[in-house]
Write a protein that binds this ligand. Structure first.
Ligand SMILES: [Zn+2]
Ligand SMILES: [Zn+2]
Length: 345
């Protein structure tokens, strides 16, 4: 009997991205490649123009919506939980709890298992399936919030800030900056769970993905366009005491100043950093993140039981150090070509 191959001998960093040699494919490559497995639809993971794309049906739908004919020449859907043999590797997708369709990529080759988690979180999200820990030999983890200062407060407490402000200032519009894929729909679903059943108004840039979520079976309740241009005084009255969602770039510019006396809010893990909130003109910061915080990262590393941890995508050094203290072999995966992601928080 021969020993299982060393993980670094078959999962390697190439200039194009993370490459699974015996399967002949890349995972979330930042450049266009012949064969790609995509963990989820955020633009820093799902790039256009690949030859062949394997992903969950939801992620493929998101890619088609964003990239149209450039979403990948050939697309193959793999539902979570199903296994597909690719070359000499068994590929299984397992929920990552990050956004709709997000999946960890579980790779089994010759008795060795590597799990590439993509982005993930452990806090509740009514819009996607929860993260499932998978025992493995190597766990590849993100580190967006890989510093001990990043501890996300309970989601309910952060949402409550918005609900209380709505009750206190019923004459003011509440414009909330949210990323278009994931955070937007999660915030809507959390508001609905909390009993907020009024129409929620959407900046035009957010509509397409909300429609997609609804088509995929995620109910979001009454949504209406937040059209402010050209409307008279009366047209703006409906925004008083209402929640208006917009991309982070729009909340502090002319677009939102047309709303009646807006309270400017934002939902992001980065709202933990006071200076960022101030720079963006946010008076009501909500620390709601679709990424694991420090405690979730550590807990997840422990739950997978992996003796070896590869850290990427963020603040690698502190997490590498901490994983080492927990008795894991740990290293930073230096992936080139990473761009600022569009879900950054
Ligand atoms: Zn992401
Ligand atoms: Zn990411």
């Amino acid at each position: 009997m021969t020993a299982a191959p060393k993980p670094e001998s078959w999962v390697r960093v190439l200039p194009e991205g993370l490459y699974v040699d015996p399967g002949g494919f890349f995972i979330d490559p930042p450049r266009a490649v012949d064969r790609a497995v995509i963990s989820h639809g955020h633009a820093d993971h799902a790039r256009p123009h690949h030859g062949h794309v394997l992903a969950t049906p939801e992620t493929l739908a998101i890619m088609r919506q964003r990239y149209g004919a450039n979403a990948g020449a050939a697309q193959q859907a793999l539902a979570c939980g199903e296994t597909l043999r690719v070359g000499a590797v068994d590929v299984r997708l397992v929920p990552a709890g990050h956004v709709l369709g997000s999946a960890q990529v579980v790779l089994d080759y010759d008795g060795s298992r590597v799990v590439v988690s993509g982005d993930y979180k452990r806090s509740p999200d009514p819009t996607c399936a929860p993260f499932e820990p998978v025992p493995c030999d190597v766990f590849v983890t993100e580190a967006t919030f890989g510093l001990p200062v990043f501890r996300h407060p309970p989601v309910a407490a952060e949402l409550d800030k918005l609900l209380r402000s709505l009750a206190l200032f019923p004459e003011r519009a509440h414009v909330v900056g949210v990323y278009a894929l994931g955070k937007c729909q999660r915030l809507i679903a959390l508001l609905r769970e909390a009993g907020h059943d009024r129409p929620i108004y959407l900046h035009g840039a957010l509509k397409g993905l909300c429609d997609l979520y609804e088509r995929q079976g995620v109910a979001l309740g009454p949504l209406e366009p937040a059209t402010v241009a050209g409307g008279g005084r009366e047209a703006r009255e409906k925004f008083r005491g209402a929640v208006v969602l917009a991309p982070p770039s729009a909340i502090a510019d002319r677009w939102s100043r047309r709303l009646p006396d807006p309270v400017v809010a934002a939902a992001s893990g980065w709202m933990r950093v006071r200076q960022r909130a101030r720079q963006r003109g946010v008076e009501l910061p909500m620390v709601i993140s679709d990424h694991a915080d420090w405690d979730e990262l550590i807990a997840t590393i422990e739950e997978t039981g992996a003796p070896e941890i590869w850290v990427t995508h963020g603040r690698e050094e502190a997490l590498v150090l901490q994983a080492g203290k927990l008795g894991r072999r740990a290293r930073a995966l230096a992936l080139v070509g990473r761009e600022e992601e569009d879900d950054a928080g």
